[in-house]
Design a protein around this ligand. Structure first.
Ligand code: UDX
Length: 495
Protein backbone atom coordinates (compact mmCIF):
# COMPACT_ATOMS: atom_id res chain seq x y z
CA UNK A 1 0.00 0.00 0.00
CA UNK A 2 2.81 2.34 0.99
CA UNK A 3 4.59 1.61 -2.33
CA UNK A 4 1.44 2.33 -4.36
CA UNK A 5 0.86 5.63 -2.56
CA UNK A 6 4.52 6.54 -2.96
CA UNK A 7 4.47 5.70 -6.71
CA UNK A 8 1.26 7.68 -7.14
CA UNK A 9 2.71 10.72 -5.36
CA UNK A 10 5.92 10.59 -7.39
CA UNK A 11 4.00 10.23 -10.69
CA UNK A 12 1.58 12.99 -9.78
CA UNK A 13 4.37 15.35 -8.72
CA UNK A 14 6.29 14.61 -11.92
CA UNK A 15 3.24 15.20 -14.13
CA UNK A 16 2.32 18.37 -12.27
CA UNK A 17 5.87 19.71 -12.60
CA UNK A 18 5.98 18.95 -16.32
CA UNK A 19 2.55 20.49 -16.94
CA UNK A 20 3.38 23.57 -14.89
CA UNK A 21 6.75 24.05 -16.57
CA UNK A 22 5.31 23.65 -20.07
CA UNK A 23 2.43 26.00 -19.26
CA UNK A 24 4.79 28.54 -17.74
CA UNK A 25 7.16 28.34 -20.71
CA UNK A 26 4.27 28.70 -23.08
CA UNK A 27 2.81 31.61 -21.18
CA UNK A 28 6.16 33.32 -20.95
CA UNK A 29 6.75 32.85 -24.65
CA UNK A 30 3.21 33.76 -25.65
CA UNK A 31 2.50 36.68 -23.36
CA UNK A 32 5.10 37.97 -20.99
CA UNK A 33 7.44 40.45 -22.61
CA UNK A 34 10.35 42.32 -21.15
CA UNK A 35 9.60 45.98 -21.60
CA UNK A 36 11.56 49.11 -20.76
CA UNK A 37 9.71 52.40 -20.52
CA UNK A 38 12.20 55.27 -20.76
CA UNK A 39 10.90 58.42 -19.08
CA UNK A 40 8.55 58.36 -16.11
CA UNK A 41 6.39 61.41 -16.72
CA UNK A 42 2.67 60.90 -16.64
CA UNK A 43 2.57 59.12 -20.01
CA UNK A 44 5.51 56.81 -19.26
CA UNK A 45 4.54 55.97 -15.71
CA UNK A 46 0.91 55.21 -16.58
CA UNK A 47 2.00 53.08 -19.55
CA UNK A 48 4.54 51.17 -17.44
CA UNK A 49 2.02 50.57 -14.65
CA UNK A 50 -0.77 49.38 -16.96
CA UNK A 51 1.62 47.08 -18.92
CA UNK A 52 2.70 45.52 -15.62
CA UNK A 53 -0.96 44.78 -14.81
CA UNK A 54 -0.99 42.47 -17.82
CA UNK A 55 1.87 40.40 -16.46
CA UNK A 56 4.70 41.85 -18.53
CA UNK A 57 8.07 42.32 -16.90
CA UNK A 58 8.30 46.10 -16.99
CA UNK A 59 11.26 48.30 -16.15
CA UNK A 60 10.51 51.99 -15.85
CA UNK A 61 13.74 53.85 -16.45
CA UNK A 62 14.54 57.44 -15.57
CA UNK A 63 17.79 59.24 -14.86
CA UNK A 64 16.14 61.20 -12.03
CA UNK A 65 17.10 59.11 -8.98
CA UNK A 66 14.61 60.87 -6.68
CA UNK A 67 11.72 59.80 -8.90
CA UNK A 68 12.99 56.22 -9.10
CA UNK A 69 13.22 56.08 -5.32
CA UNK A 70 9.76 57.57 -4.85
CA UNK A 71 8.07 55.23 -7.34
CA UNK A 72 9.90 52.14 -6.03
CA UNK A 73 8.46 52.79 -2.56
CA UNK A 74 4.96 52.03 -3.89
CA UNK A 75 3.66 54.71 -1.48
CA UNK A 76 0.86 56.89 -2.85
CA UNK A 77 2.19 60.05 -1.23
CA UNK A 78 5.64 59.56 -2.72
CA UNK A 79 4.32 58.69 -6.19
CA UNK A 80 1.74 61.46 -6.33
CA UNK A 81 4.21 64.24 -5.71
CA UNK A 82 5.41 63.51 -9.28
CA UNK A 83 2.40 62.04 -11.09
CA UNK A 84 -1.04 62.41 -9.57
CA UNK A 85 -3.46 60.24 -11.54
CA UNK A 86 -6.47 58.54 -9.96
CA UNK A 87 -5.81 54.79 -9.51
CA UNK A 88 -2.14 54.92 -10.54
CA UNK A 89 -0.57 54.57 -7.09
CA UNK A 90 -2.79 51.52 -6.41
CA UNK A 91 -1.50 49.71 -9.49
CA UNK A 92 2.11 50.54 -8.66
CA UNK A 93 1.68 49.38 -5.06
CA UNK A 94 0.31 46.05 -6.26
CA UNK A 95 2.81 45.34 -9.05
CA UNK A 96 6.06 46.89 -7.85
CA UNK A 97 8.72 44.23 -7.21
CA UNK A 98 6.59 41.58 -8.96
CA UNK A 99 6.05 42.81 -12.49
CA UNK A 100 7.11 46.43 -12.24
CA UNK A 101 10.64 47.60 -11.49
CA UNK A 102 12.24 51.02 -11.44
CA UNK A 103 15.80 51.70 -12.45
CA UNK A 104 18.31 54.39 -13.36
CA UNK A 105 20.76 51.84 -14.70
CA UNK A 106 20.02 51.15 -18.33
CA UNK A 107 22.90 48.68 -18.80
CA UNK A 108 21.61 46.66 -15.87
CA UNK A 109 18.17 46.08 -17.43
CA UNK A 110 18.91 45.93 -21.16
CA UNK A 111 19.58 42.18 -21.60
CA UNK A 112 16.63 40.25 -22.98
CA UNK A 113 14.49 43.31 -23.64
CA UNK A 114 11.75 42.97 -26.30
CA UNK A 115 10.42 46.52 -26.52
CA UNK A 116 11.66 49.93 -25.35
CA UNK A 117 9.08 52.70 -25.17
CA UNK A 118 10.35 56.27 -25.29
CA UNK A 119 8.15 58.66 -23.35
CA UNK A 120 10.32 61.70 -22.86
CA UNK A 121 9.59 65.40 -22.51
CA UNK A 122 9.31 67.13 -25.89
CA UNK A 123 8.90 70.83 -25.02
CA UNK A 124 8.23 73.46 -27.70
CA UNK A 125 10.89 75.79 -29.06
CA UNK A 126 10.04 79.48 -29.41
CA UNK A 127 9.29 79.03 -33.14
CA UNK A 128 6.78 76.24 -32.36
CA UNK A 129 9.03 73.37 -33.43
CA UNK A 130 9.48 70.40 -31.10
CA UNK A 131 12.61 70.39 -28.97
CA UNK A 132 14.14 66.93 -29.16
CA UNK A 133 17.09 67.56 -26.83
CA UNK A 134 15.85 65.22 -24.06
CA UNK A 135 14.63 62.71 -26.61
CA UNK A 136 17.94 62.60 -28.49
CA UNK A 137 19.96 62.28 -25.28
CA UNK A 138 17.84 59.35 -24.09
CA UNK A 139 17.89 57.72 -27.53
CA UNK A 140 21.70 57.93 -27.57
CA UNK A 141 21.89 56.33 -24.09
CA UNK A 142 19.57 53.54 -25.21
CA UNK A 143 21.59 53.03 -28.41
CA UNK A 144 24.78 52.74 -26.41
CA UNK A 145 23.25 50.21 -24.03
CA UNK A 146 21.79 48.18 -26.92
CA UNK A 147 25.07 48.19 -28.82
CA UNK A 148 26.76 46.65 -25.79
CA UNK A 149 24.24 43.89 -25.07
CA UNK A 150 25.18 40.25 -25.29
CA UNK A 151 21.73 38.96 -26.20
CA UNK A 152 20.98 39.95 -29.78
CA UNK A 153 17.27 39.16 -29.89
CA UNK A 154 15.12 41.57 -31.89
CA UNK A 155 14.12 44.67 -29.99
CA UNK A 156 11.61 47.28 -31.10
CA UNK A 157 12.07 50.94 -30.12
CA UNK A 158 8.72 52.60 -29.78
CA UNK A 159 7.95 56.32 -29.73
CA UNK A 160 5.19 56.84 -27.19
CA UNK A 161 5.38 60.60 -26.71
CA UNK A 162 4.11 62.96 -29.40
CA UNK A 163 7.00 63.59 -31.77
CA UNK A 164 7.17 65.19 -35.23
CA UNK A 165 6.34 63.14 -38.30
CA UNK A 166 9.57 61.36 -39.27
CA UNK A 167 10.97 60.93 -35.74
CA UNK A 168 10.86 57.11 -35.92
CA UNK A 169 13.14 57.42 -38.93
CA UNK A 170 15.38 59.77 -36.97
CA UNK A 171 15.49 57.20 -34.14
CA UNK A 172 16.54 54.57 -36.65
CA UNK A 173 19.46 56.78 -37.69
CA UNK A 174 20.57 57.20 -34.06
CA UNK A 175 20.54 53.41 -33.63
CA UNK A 176 22.43 52.89 -36.90
CA UNK A 177 25.03 55.44 -35.88
CA UNK A 178 25.71 53.34 -32.76
CA UNK A 179 25.72 50.12 -34.80
CA UNK A 180 22.86 48.58 -32.87
CA UNK A 181 22.01 45.13 -34.24
CA UNK A 182 18.62 43.53 -34.82
CA UNK A 183 16.24 46.36 -33.98
CA UNK A 184 13.13 47.95 -35.42
CA UNK A 185 11.50 51.33 -34.82
CA UNK A 186 7.83 52.03 -34.23
CA UNK A 187 5.39 54.79 -33.44
CA UNK A 188 2.68 54.05 -30.89
CA UNK A 189 1.22 57.41 -29.83
CA UNK A 190 -0.54 57.87 -26.54
CA UNK A 191 -4.02 59.39 -26.35
CA UNK A 192 -4.39 59.68 -22.57
CA UNK A 193 -6.21 62.64 -21.05
CA UNK A 194 -5.05 63.83 -17.65
CA UNK A 195 -7.27 62.84 -14.76
CA UNK A 196 -8.57 59.76 -16.60
CA UNK A 197 -5.20 58.42 -17.77
CA UNK A 198 -5.38 55.01 -16.05
CA UNK A 199 -8.84 54.34 -17.37
CA UNK A 200 -7.86 55.57 -20.84
CA UNK A 201 -4.81 53.25 -20.85
CA UNK A 202 -6.85 50.26 -19.72
CA UNK A 203 -9.71 50.93 -22.13
CA UNK A 204 -8.42 52.98 -25.06
CA UNK A 205 -10.62 53.83 -28.07
CA UNK A 206 -7.80 52.65 -30.27
CA UNK A 207 -4.24 51.41 -30.24
CA UNK A 208 -2.22 52.81 -33.13
CA UNK A 209 0.95 50.95 -34.06
CA UNK A 210 3.21 52.08 -36.90
CA UNK A 211 6.07 49.75 -37.91
CA UNK A 212 8.14 48.85 -40.96
CA UNK A 213 8.51 45.10 -40.37
CA UNK A 214 6.26 42.16 -39.48
CA UNK A 215 8.67 41.14 -36.73
CA UNK A 216 8.02 44.47 -34.97
CA UNK A 217 4.25 44.30 -35.47
CA UNK A 218 4.45 40.82 -33.89
CA UNK A 219 6.34 42.03 -30.83
CA UNK A 220 3.83 44.82 -30.28
CA UNK A 221 0.87 42.46 -30.79
CA UNK A 222 2.26 40.44 -27.89
CA UNK A 223 2.72 43.55 -25.77
CA UNK A 224 -0.89 44.55 -26.50
CA UNK A 225 -2.40 41.06 -26.72
CA UNK A 226 -5.39 42.22 -24.64
CA UNK A 227 -6.32 44.76 -27.33
CA UNK A 228 -5.70 42.77 -30.52
CA UNK A 229 -9.02 41.50 -31.95
CA UNK A 230 -10.94 43.29 -29.21
CA UNK A 231 -14.65 43.77 -29.94
CA UNK A 232 -14.63 47.49 -29.21
CA UNK A 233 -11.03 48.72 -29.26
CA UNK A 234 -9.65 49.42 -32.73
CA UNK A 235 -6.17 47.98 -33.16
CA UNK A 236 -4.69 49.90 -36.09
CA UNK A 237 -1.47 48.83 -37.80
CA UNK A 238 0.13 51.27 -40.22
CA UNK A 239 3.39 52.99 -41.14
CA UNK A 240 5.38 54.86 -38.47
CA UNK A 241 4.77 58.18 -40.23
CA UNK A 242 1.00 57.62 -40.37
CA UNK A 243 0.92 56.75 -36.67
CA UNK A 244 2.84 59.94 -35.90
CA UNK A 245 0.44 61.97 -38.03
CA UNK A 246 -2.65 60.38 -36.41
CA UNK A 247 -1.67 61.86 -33.06
CA UNK A 248 -1.19 65.37 -34.48
CA UNK A 249 -4.40 65.31 -36.47
CA UNK A 250 -6.39 64.00 -33.48
CA UNK A 251 -5.11 66.66 -31.09
CA UNK A 252 -5.36 69.57 -33.50
CA UNK A 253 -8.85 68.49 -34.51
CA UNK A 254 -9.94 68.39 -30.85
CA UNK A 255 -8.52 71.87 -30.28
CA UNK A 256 -10.08 73.14 -33.51
CA UNK A 257 -13.46 71.83 -32.40
CA UNK A 258 -13.13 73.66 -29.05
CA UNK A 259 -12.01 76.76 -30.95
CA UNK A 260 -15.04 76.47 -33.22
CA UNK A 261 -17.37 76.61 -30.24
CA UNK A 262 -15.38 79.42 -28.64
CA UNK A 263 -14.91 81.35 -31.86
CA UNK A 264 -18.38 80.87 -33.35
CA UNK A 265 -20.91 79.44 -30.84
CA UNK A 266 -19.81 81.64 -27.93
CA UNK A 267 -19.63 84.73 -30.17
CA UNK A 268 -23.23 84.20 -31.34
CA UNK A 269 -24.35 84.02 -27.71
CA UNK A 270 -22.36 87.16 -26.89
CA UNK A 271 -23.80 89.11 -29.84
CA UNK A 272 -27.51 88.23 -29.68
CA UNK A 273 -29.01 88.68 -26.20
CA UNK A 274 -31.80 86.17 -26.67
CA UNK A 275 -29.57 83.32 -27.84
CA UNK A 276 -28.96 80.89 -24.98
CA UNK A 277 -25.59 79.25 -25.52
CA UNK A 278 -26.41 76.17 -23.41
CA UNK A 279 -29.53 75.48 -25.46
CA UNK A 280 -27.58 76.17 -28.64
CA UNK A 281 -25.08 73.51 -27.60
CA UNK A 282 -27.81 70.99 -26.79
CA UNK A 283 -29.62 71.61 -30.07
CA UNK A 284 -26.49 71.30 -32.19
CA UNK A 285 -24.96 68.29 -30.43
CA UNK A 286 -28.24 66.37 -30.58
CA UNK A 287 -26.98 65.44 -34.05
CA UNK A 288 -25.02 62.29 -33.34
CA UNK A 289 -22.38 63.32 -35.87
CA UNK A 290 -21.49 66.33 -33.70
CA UNK A 291 -19.55 65.75 -30.49
CA UNK A 292 -20.66 66.97 -27.07
CA UNK A 293 -17.07 66.82 -25.89
CA UNK A 294 -15.46 70.12 -26.80
CA UNK A 295 -18.74 72.02 -27.11
CA UNK A 296 -18.46 73.56 -23.65
CA UNK A 297 -17.39 77.14 -24.31
CA UNK A 298 -14.52 78.34 -22.17
CA UNK A 299 -11.78 80.89 -21.69
CA UNK A 300 -9.54 78.66 -23.78
CA UNK A 301 -8.17 75.13 -23.70
CA UNK A 302 -4.85 74.55 -21.96
CA UNK A 303 -2.72 71.59 -20.97
CA UNK A 304 0.52 70.02 -22.06
CA UNK A 305 -0.65 68.87 -25.49
CA UNK A 306 -3.02 71.03 -27.50
CA UNK A 307 -1.07 74.29 -27.80
CA UNK A 308 2.26 72.57 -28.22
CA UNK A 309 1.03 70.06 -30.80
CA UNK A 310 -0.78 72.57 -32.99
CA UNK A 311 2.26 74.87 -32.96
CA UNK A 312 4.47 71.94 -33.92
CA UNK A 313 2.17 70.79 -36.73
CA UNK A 314 2.05 74.35 -38.11
CA UNK A 315 5.86 74.39 -38.08
CA UNK A 316 6.08 70.98 -39.76
CA UNK A 317 3.57 71.87 -42.48
CA UNK A 318 5.19 75.24 -43.17
CA UNK A 319 8.40 73.28 -43.68
CA UNK A 320 6.53 71.32 -46.35
CA UNK A 321 5.34 74.62 -47.93
CA UNK A 322 1.73 74.09 -46.94
CA UNK A 323 -0.79 76.84 -46.20
CA UNK A 324 -1.54 76.52 -42.47
CA UNK A 325 -4.25 79.21 -42.14
CA UNK A 326 -6.82 76.87 -40.67
CA UNK A 327 -4.51 75.65 -37.89
CA UNK A 328 -3.29 79.17 -37.21
CA UNK A 329 -6.88 80.39 -36.81
CA UNK A 330 -7.64 77.59 -34.39
CA UNK A 331 -4.54 78.40 -32.33
CA UNK A 332 -5.21 82.15 -32.35
CA UNK A 333 -8.87 81.80 -31.34
CA UNK A 334 -7.74 79.70 -28.39
CA UNK A 335 -5.07 82.16 -27.27
CA UNK A 336 -7.38 85.18 -27.61
CA UNK A 337 -10.09 83.33 -25.73
CA UNK A 338 -7.88 83.11 -22.64
CA UNK A 339 -7.85 86.89 -22.05
CA UNK A 340 -10.82 88.39 -23.82
CA UNK A 341 -13.15 88.27 -20.80
CA UNK A 342 -10.84 90.77 -19.11
CA UNK A 343 -11.23 93.04 -22.16
CA UNK A 344 -15.00 92.54 -22.21
CA UNK A 345 -15.15 93.46 -18.52
CA UNK A 346 -13.79 96.88 -19.47
CA UNK A 347 -15.88 97.47 -22.59
CA UNK A 348 -19.15 95.76 -21.65
CA UNK A 349 -19.26 95.95 -17.85
CA UNK A 350 -17.34 99.26 -17.63
CA UNK A 351 -15.19 97.69 -14.90
CA UNK A 352 -12.00 99.55 -13.92
CA UNK A 353 -9.27 97.15 -12.86
CA UNK A 354 -6.81 99.73 -11.62
CA UNK A 355 -6.06 99.20 -7.90
CA UNK A 356 -8.79 96.58 -7.51
CA UNK A 357 -8.55 93.25 -5.71
CA UNK A 358 -9.52 90.33 -7.95
CA UNK A 359 -10.24 86.76 -6.84
CA UNK A 360 -9.11 84.11 -9.34
CA UNK A 361 -10.56 80.62 -8.88
CA UNK A 362 -9.10 77.66 -10.77
CA UNK A 363 -5.40 77.86 -11.61
CA UNK A 364 -4.77 74.44 -13.18
CA UNK A 365 -5.66 73.96 -16.87
CA UNK A 366 -8.72 71.90 -15.98
CA UNK A 367 -10.45 70.25 -13.04
CA UNK A 368 -8.96 67.35 -11.03
CA UNK A 369 -5.33 68.11 -11.87
CA UNK A 370 -2.48 70.16 -10.43
CA UNK A 371 -1.03 70.68 -13.91
CA UNK A 372 -0.36 74.33 -14.72
CA UNK A 373 1.06 73.77 -18.19
CA UNK A 374 -0.45 76.26 -20.64
CA UNK A 375 -3.27 76.93 -18.13
CA UNK A 376 -5.59 79.80 -19.11
CA UNK A 377 -5.12 81.23 -15.61
CA UNK A 378 -1.56 82.24 -16.54
CA UNK A 379 -2.76 84.56 -19.32
CA UNK A 380 -5.67 85.76 -17.18
CA UNK A 381 -3.43 86.70 -14.25
CA UNK A 382 -0.81 88.34 -16.48
CA UNK A 383 -3.55 90.33 -18.15
CA UNK A 384 -5.06 91.43 -14.81
CA UNK A 385 -1.64 92.48 -13.53
CA UNK A 386 -1.11 94.41 -16.76
CA UNK A 387 -4.33 96.32 -16.04
CA UNK A 388 -2.88 97.55 -12.75
CA UNK A 389 -4.80 95.48 -10.19
CA UNK A 390 -3.62 95.93 -6.58
CA UNK A 391 -3.95 92.30 -5.53
CA UNK A 392 -4.91 88.88 -6.84
CA UNK A 393 -6.46 86.41 -4.39
CA UNK A 394 -5.92 82.97 -5.93
CA UNK A 395 -7.39 79.59 -5.11
CA UNK A 396 -7.17 76.11 -6.62
CA UNK A 397 -7.92 72.81 -4.85
CA UNK A 398 -4.77 71.06 -6.18
CA UNK A 399 -2.45 73.39 -8.06
CA UNK A 400 -1.31 76.06 -5.58
CA UNK A 401 2.20 74.65 -5.10
CA UNK A 402 2.75 74.40 -8.86
CA UNK A 403 1.22 77.86 -9.37
CA UNK A 404 3.73 79.35 -6.93
CA UNK A 405 6.50 78.13 -9.22
CA UNK A 406 4.85 79.45 -12.38
CA UNK A 407 4.22 82.83 -10.76
CA UNK A 408 7.61 83.11 -9.05
CA UNK A 409 8.30 86.78 -8.18
CA UNK A 410 11.90 86.17 -9.27
CA UNK A 411 10.55 85.99 -12.84
CA UNK A 412 8.23 88.97 -12.62
CA UNK A 413 8.06 91.34 -9.66
CA UNK A 414 4.33 91.85 -10.30
CA UNK A 415 3.70 88.24 -9.21
CA UNK A 416 4.26 89.46 -5.65
CA UNK A 417 0.71 90.78 -5.85
CA UNK A 418 -0.64 87.21 -5.95
CA UNK A 419 -1.74 85.78 -2.61
CA UNK A 420 -2.84 82.16 -2.29
CA UNK A 421 -5.81 81.04 -0.20
CA UNK A 422 -6.84 77.63 1.18
CA UNK A 423 -10.50 77.97 0.14
CA UNK A 424 -12.56 79.67 -2.54
CA UNK A 425 -14.39 81.47 0.24
CA UNK A 426 -11.18 82.99 1.59
CA UNK A 427 -10.18 84.09 -1.92
CA UNK A 428 -13.52 85.78 -2.60
CA UNK A 429 -13.59 87.61 0.75
CA UNK A 430 -12.68 91.27 0.33
CA UNK A 431 -12.40 91.15 -3.45
CA UNK A 432 -13.93 93.61 -5.95
CA UNK A 433 -14.41 91.07 -8.74
CA UNK A 434 -14.05 87.37 -9.40
CA UNK A 435 -12.63 85.45 -12.35
CA UNK A 436 -13.47 81.72 -12.68
CA UNK A 437 -10.78 80.18 -14.87
CA UNK A 438 -11.24 76.42 -14.59
CA UNK A 439 -14.08 73.92 -14.43
CA UNK A 440 -13.58 72.55 -10.86
CA UNK A 441 -16.93 71.17 -9.79
CA UNK A 442 -16.87 73.00 -6.46
CA UNK A 443 -17.25 76.34 -8.28
CA UNK A 444 -20.80 75.40 -9.26
CA UNK A 445 -21.90 76.41 -5.77
CA UNK A 446 -19.93 79.65 -5.67
CA UNK A 447 -22.93 82.00 -5.96
CA UNK A 448 -23.83 81.38 -2.32
CA UNK A 449 -20.28 82.22 -1.24
CA UNK A 450 -20.41 85.38 -3.34
CA UNK A 451 -23.68 86.47 -1.75
CA UNK A 452 -22.35 85.80 1.74
CA UNK A 453 -18.89 87.32 1.35
CA UNK A 454 -19.22 90.33 -0.99
CA UNK A 455 -21.88 92.90 -1.86
CA UNK A 456 -22.67 94.61 -5.15
CA UNK A 457 -21.30 96.41 -7.02
CA UNK A 458 -19.32 93.27 -7.78
CA UNK A 459 -18.31 91.72 -11.09
CA UNK A 460 -18.27 87.96 -11.74
CA UNK A 461 -16.27 86.92 -14.84
CA UNK A 462 -17.17 83.32 -15.54
CA UNK A 463 -14.70 81.75 -17.97
CA UNK A 464 -16.31 78.31 -17.70
CA UNK A 465 -20.02 79.04 -17.26
CA UNK A 466 -19.84 77.42 -13.84
CA UNK A 467 -22.70 79.30 -12.18
CA UNK A 468 -26.03 77.63 -12.98
CA UNK A 469 -28.11 80.23 -11.08
CA UNK A 470 -26.44 83.27 -12.63
CA UNK A 471 -29.80 84.92 -13.30
CA UNK A 472 -30.56 84.98 -9.56
CA UNK A 473 -27.13 86.39 -8.90
CA UNK A 474 -27.69 89.15 -11.45
CA UNK A 475 -31.16 89.82 -10.04
CA UNK A 476 -29.49 90.45 -6.67
CA UNK A 477 -27.36 93.21 -8.15
CA UNK A 478 -24.14 91.43 -9.16
CA UNK A 479 -22.70 92.03 -12.63
CA UNK A 480 -22.32 88.72 -14.43
CA UNK A 481 -20.14 88.34 -17.50
CA UNK A 482 -19.69 84.86 -18.98
CA UNK A 483 -18.20 83.29 -22.06
CA UNK A 484 -21.09 82.77 -24.47
CA UNK A 485 -23.54 85.40 -23.10
CA UNK A 486 -24.06 89.14 -23.16
CA UNK A 487 -23.21 90.83 -19.87
CA UNK A 488 -25.95 90.78 -17.23
CA UNK A 489 -26.06 94.03 -15.29
CA UNK A 490 -28.80 94.81 -12.83
CA UNK A 491 -31.35 97.39 -13.82
CA UNK A 492 -30.78 100.15 -11.22
CA UNK A 493 -34.59 100.67 -11.04
CA UNK A 494 -35.15 97.09 -9.92
CA UNK A 495 -32.67 97.22 -7.02
C1 UDX B 1 -5.78 66.11 -24.35
C2 UDX B 1 -6.50 65.11 -25.24
O1 UDX B 1 -7.86 65.01 -24.83
C3 UDX B 1 -5.80 63.76 -25.18
O2 UDX B 1 -6.42 62.86 -26.08
C4 UDX B 1 -4.35 63.94 -25.57
O3 UDX B 1 -3.66 62.73 -25.50
C5 UDX B 1 -3.69 64.96 -24.65
O4 UDX B 1 -4.42 66.20 -24.71
P1 UDX B 1 -5.74 66.73 -21.76
O5 UDX B 1 -4.65 67.71 -22.08
O6 UDX B 1 -5.60 65.89 -20.54
O7 UDX B 1 -5.93 65.71 -22.99
O8 UDX B 1 -7.05 67.60 -21.62
P2 UDX B 1 -8.55 67.58 -22.13
O9 UDX B 1 -9.43 66.94 -21.14
O10 UDX B 1 -8.67 67.13 -23.52
O11 UDX B 1 -8.85 69.16 -22.07
C6 UDX B 1 -8.00 70.11 -22.73
C7 UDX B 1 -8.49 71.52 -22.46
O12 UDX B 1 -9.69 71.77 -23.18
C8 UDX B 1 -8.79 71.80 -20.98
O13 UDX B 1 -8.33 73.09 -20.66
C9 UDX B 1 -10.30 71.71 -20.95
O14 UDX B 1 -10.85 72.41 -19.88
C10 UDX B 1 -10.67 72.34 -22.31
N1 UDX B 1 -12.00 72.00 -22.81
C11 UDX B 1 -12.36 70.69 -22.97
C12 UDX B 1 -12.89 73.01 -23.14
O15 UDX B 1 -12.56 74.20 -23.02
N2 UDX B 1 -14.14 72.68 -23.57
C13 UDX B 1 -14.54 71.39 -23.72
O16 UDX B 1 -15.70 71.15 -24.11
C14 UDX B 1 -13.62 70.36 -23.41
Amino acid sequence: MFTVTFMFTVTFTFMFTVTFTVTFMFTKKGCCMKIIVAGTGYVGLVHAAVCSEYGHEVYAYDNDHRKIEAFSSGEAEEIEQYVNEPGLANIIRETVGKYLFFSSDLNGIIEGVDAIFLSLPTPPNLNGSTNLVFYDAAAADIAQALAGREDERRVVLVNKSTVPIGTARHLQEIMNAHEVANFGVASNPEFLAEGTAVNDARKPDRVVVGCDHDADFNILRRVYSQFVNHVRIKYIETTPETAEAIKYVANTMLLTYISFWNGVGAKIGESFPNVRIDDLRLGVTADERISTWGSFVSNGAGGSCFGKDIASLIYQLRGANVNTKMLEASYEVNEYQKVYLVERAITEAQFKFNNKTIAVLGLAFKKRTNDMRDASSIKVIESLLGKGVAKIKAYDPLAIENAKQVFAPSQNILFEKIKYHPTARAAVEGSDALFISSDCEEFRGISRTIEEMVSPPYLVMDGRRMIPDFEDLAAKGYDYLAVGSVVMRPDPQSL
